[in-house]
Design a protein around this ligand. Structure first.
Ligand code: HEC
Length: 275
């Protein structure tokens, strides 16, 4: 719970709809487990498992949504931050729903152990001494499978452009605006990657991203500087950040290529004059 509150309240990562569902299932466990353990309630598992098992379901779904194309991501999370946005991507597979999934699995595993072991009888030695082994092994195995699956099935939404881009990208370290493939539609990429936070007309969205029309940062910086900026994102506590929320690295879409981001940058430039 503190980890998740840190991400949203301190780091300024805006939770999406599925993040909220996971919070709804995770936070009550803090009180349920505390009170249950203090009262040594033998029925505790029955209160905990509905939350933790549903949590496993939501986290797994959310993680697969981020990392694979199993589900039609255009059909979910249309309001606010897209559920496919990736705020953190440690080792290329540890995202926030992955952390939630780990927590739900550990809670479920420990609860199952407690359920199986039962209350120790003072006259007998504690039964099922090694009962935790298969549970821990199952949790680890589950995480490895989901992690590997996520790594192998990263979204390839822009797959049509990848083949053309690989030529450009091996020729130079990255594409520059001069040799952008003509078929990269910066306006469309802007709509899919940036508009949720910066507005369809770059007018900005209250509580998410600033207006990008007639924006000094954009007119002052070179294409490469803007590319670097978008790759890095902007922390909530950065001095130039007026919004109190973070911009995720690569706009939350690590699979965007340099050429695609540069196409968006060109789109930002054309609209500076119009607006
Ligand atoms: C999840 C929300 C989110 C997404 C998605 C997002 N941004 Fe941002 N962006 C922000 C926030 C928040 C700031 C900081 C706003 C502020 O300073 O008030 C920011 C700042 C910026 C700035 C600097 C503006 C300035 O005045 O300093 C630029 C440029 C920018 N974003 C471009 C982009 C582009 C291009 C994309 C798409 C590829 C994108 N952003 C996607 C949230 C987002």
């Amino acid at each position: 719970m503190f980890g998740s509150l840190y991400f949203s309240e301190v780091a300024g990562y805006v939770p999406c709809v599925y993040c909220w569902y996971q919070r709804i299932l995770m936070y009550p466990l803090v009180a349920i487990l505390t009170v249950g353990l203090l009262r040594r309630d033998k029925g505790l598992a029955a209160y905990v498992l509905p939350f933790s098992l549903l949590g496993i379901g939501v986290s797994t779904y959310h993680y697969l949504l981020q990392k694979t194309q199993l589900f039609d991501s255009s059909a979910v999370c249309q309001v606010g931050v897209p559920c496919t946005s990736i705020w953190i991507n440690w080792f290329d597979f540890v995202t926030i729903p992955f952390l939630a999934l780990t927590a739900f699995l550990i809670i479920t595993g420990l609860t199952l152990i407690a359920l199986q072991a039962g209350e120790p009888d003072s006259s007998e030695p504690v039964p099922g001494g090694r009962v935790w082994l298969p549970v821990v092994a199952a949790i680890l195995l589950g995480l490895v499978i989901v992690g590997v699956y996520g790594l192998l099935n990263r979204p390839t939404a822009t797959v049509q452009t990848f083949s053309e881009l690989s030529v450009v990208e091996t020729a130079a370290q990255h594409a520059t605006s001069a040799n952008l493939p003509a078929n990269l539609d910066g306006a469309a990429l802007y709509q899919s990657a940036c508009a949720v936070c910066h507005g369809q007309e770059m007018e900005g969205v209250a509580g998410l991203g600033s207006a990008l029309q007639r924006n000094e940062t954009i007119s002052r910086q070179s294409d490469d500087e803007l590319l670097t900026f978008i790759r890095q994102g902007l922390a909530a506590n950065h001095p130039t950040n007026a919004s109190g929320v973070s911009m995720p690295p690569s706009a939350g879409q690590p699979n965007l290529t340099d050429a695609e981001i540069l196409a968006v940058v060109q789109h930002l430039r054309t609209n500076q004059a119009i607006n």
